[in-house]
Write a protein that binds this ligand. Structure first.
Ligand code: SAH
Length: 211
């Protein structure tokens, strides 16, 4: 089957699994996942499962990414921080929906590969940093200190304090929290005088590696 048709089936599956945000579904209809997986896995690109991308890392499961993006309640004008660029797939989905995406990856090799694919795809609204994403953005350009939305696509042992500090008031952080192989998908909303935290089920991510 052509990738295009496989992509339509994946979007149908996401709908059946309960994804309702039309902007999220439109982004999944648009971004070719086969471009973000290693050549030997292209035939599996539209299975609803994570796949290896080298260096012991994975491109996340599409349904899990869709659930996280839905929790972010993305708007076209949003400024988004993504921790764990990985393959660049989720980054492309974010760039389709939001205004601007800043993406941090600790492994240089993965970041450079993703940067190549995303530039080739024509995205002009993505900025990259190589380093520890748990510390936030920290780059002079663009000089952002706070974000509307922050997504962490690796499992953190606790809610990263520096990341919740980089939320704008009303901003949303989605992060898998847990010390082992499994985590709890956690949503943090910055309120006027603090943070409101809610939990949204179990998930399994590679660990967020941070000092
Ligand atoms: N969003 C990615 C998921 C990649 S898996 C995708 O769609 O493909 C998670 C990624 O987080 C890995 O590439 C891993 O190297 C990275 N990572 C782990 N700890 C990190 C940290 N402290 N800062 C930035 N990236 C980190």
């Amino acid at each position: 089957m052509r990738f295009e048709d496989q992509r339509k089936l994946l979007v149908q599956e996401l709908r059946q699994q309960g994804i309702r945000d039309e902007a999220v579904l439109a982004a999944f209809s648009k971004v070719p996942r086969e471009l973000y997986v290693p050549p030997q896995y292209k035939d599996y690109a539209y299975r609803n499962r994570p796949l290896p991308i080298g260096l012991e890392q994975t491109i996340s499961q599409p349904l899990m990414v869709a659930i996280m993006l839905e929790h972010l309640e993305l708007k076209p004008e949003d400024l988004v921080l993504e921790i764990g660029t990985g393959s660049g797939y989720e980054c492309a989905l974010l760039a389709e929906i939001a205004g601007e995406v800043c993406s941090v990856e600790r492994l240089e090799e993965l970041s450079l590969t993703a940067q190549g694919v995303l530039k080739e795809a024509g995205y002009k609204n993505i900025y990259f940093r190589i380093g520890d994403g748990a510390q936030g953005w920290l780059k002079a350009y663009p000089p952002h200190k706070e974000f509307d939305k922050i997504i962490v696509s690796a499992g953190a042992s606790q809610i990263p304090p520096r990341l919740q500090e980089q939320l704008k008031p009303g901003g949303i952080l989605v992060v898998p929290v847990g010390a082992g192989d499994y985590q709890i998908l956690t949503k943090v909303i910055r309120t006027e005088n603090g943070y409101s935290v809610s939990e949204h089920g179990a998930c399994a991510f590679v660990p967020l590696i941070s000092k």
